[in-house]
Ligand binder design. Sequence first.
Ligand code: HSE
Length: 412
Amino acid sequence: MAVIAILGYGTVGSGVAEVMRSNKDIIESKAEQPIDIKYVLDLRDFPGDPVQDIITHNYDDILNDGEVELVVEVMGGTNPAYSFVKSALLSGKSVCTSNKELVAAHGAELMRIAREKNVNFLFEASVGGGIPIIRPINRSITSDRIEAITGILNGTTNYMLTKMETEGIDYDQVLKDAQEKGYAERNPAADVEGHDACRKIAILASLATEKTVNYEDIYTEGITNITTIDMLYAAKLGGTIKLLGKAGFEDGRVWARVSPALVKNDNPLSMVSDVFNAILLKGNMLGDVMFYGRGAGKLPTASAVVSDIVDAVRHKNINLGIKWSEEKQEIMDIDDVNVSKLVRVEYSDKDMAVSFVKKLFKTEDILETEEAYDEFAFVTDRAKESNINARLEELLNCDGINGILNTIRMEG
Ligand code: HSE
């Protein structure tokens, strides 16, 4: 029998209890033993819910109970999650978490403590919700050099972009809808500004490099500037706009960024809609492999957490040896990474504006849409981001140009 405790009875915590209840027979068969939830820690009470019988408001009840071998941290945030998780590991309890903030900020240290104590710190649900991706990187894709990881890593923004594109629903309404469905973070800025995706790509890049990619080093841009006009230009180019977290690993150099990107329809990521997430991974032997599924929501996320619980109780006193050290992985300055961009230009004199664009960006293709006036768009050549940006600055000073309305990176 494995005795466990859950920290937090919010969306994911209640989902973990539900998954454990609904699939008890399967879970206990895979775990090769019964699993008993002895405590649920929450500040609140839940009168009328059977969980009330095992609710505690005091973490020490769990920490000091020698019977509890595993703690499930699904509170979110780093405070008090970090101190709770660290003390659990130091007292010889395994920890399973869905908390990407915790993993991105303290993952390497917590894994080291788990190793030293011969327990496990597992975090499958921290990236991609219900999609298995942490375990495949650690345990399956072990014969390849990973060359690139490109992911739609945030369900809320993918849901929003899909609704904006297909139903023309405005930004605020669609965000409210995503919050009601339980996809969004408590502070939805974490979703729409790209911070959630940033932590997730930092986790994946750390696993790929086996060192710590600091999320604070990653260039991050959200979807707040994306409009339905951008979507129309994307469609004209045979694609759509997605918020991508991307990391590249080539010739010993590592780069990472989060930003909206124009994804052409021949890229499988273009077909990932609604709350679904996908991670496209390129191995030097394997080629492309894509992991697809529900990236947010109560039961999919809880399913991934419970898969970690099963793994941890099956490997009691055996550390599973996740490769991710505390050594810092330096990453390239985003200005030095090659990129091509879709650029929307507002003009006062179209002919002059077009001629400057053709001269500065070596392109003949000018795109227009009937839905927008006094503007056109074009796709730049591929060059270092700093070089593209310098030429865009130059363009702004040309006669006939009123301004640059938006720029969106081209994927691929
Ligand atoms: N807010 C996150 C998302 C939840 O929308 O993807 C899952 O991490």
